[in-house]
Design a protein. Structure first.
Length: 105
C-alpha cells in the first residue's frame, strides 16, 4: 500500500517501500534507529523485503522487552535469539532446493 509522506520544505514522497518510509522519518529512539538500520541492510543486501524484516525485528524487540520487564538477563535473551537464528539457518539449509539440480529437468 502506498504511503504519502510530507517532508521538510513541504516535499512529498509517495512510496510503498519500508526502507524509504523509515529513511524519511528521522527517528531518534535507539530501538527505532535499530529498525532503520535493519531495513537499510535488507535493502542493500536483497533490495526487497524491508517491510517484512522490520515487522519481524519489531516483534523480536517486543518479545525481548517483555522478558526484560520480567527480570530476565539480556545475555540470556540474546543467547536465545542467536540459538533460534542458528536453528532457522540449519533448517533452511536442510530444505533448500539447488537451482543447479533443477536445470537438467
Amino acid at each position: 500500500m502506498d504511503k504519502l509522506i510530507e517532508g521538510e520544505n513541504n516535499t512529498a514522497t509517495i512510496t510503498n517501500d519500508g526502507a524509504t518510509v523509515l529513511n524519511l522519518l528521522q527517528v531518534k529512539h535507539p530501538a527505532a534507529a535499530l529498525l532503520v538500520d535493519v531495513a537499510q541492510s535488507q535493502d542493500l543486501e536483497v533490495g526487497d523485503g524491508t517491510t517484512s524484516v522490520v515487522v519481524f525485528a519489531g516483534e523480536l524487540l517486543q518479545e525481548a522487552k517483555h522478558f526484560i520487564e520480567e527480570g530476565m538477563a539480556t545475555q540470556i535473551i540474546v543467547h536465545g535469539i542467536r540459538t533460534a537464528r542458528d536453528l532457522a539457518l540449519k533448517r533452511i539449509d536442510e530444505i533448500k532446493i539447488s537451482l543447479a539440480d533443477q536445470s537438467s529437468e
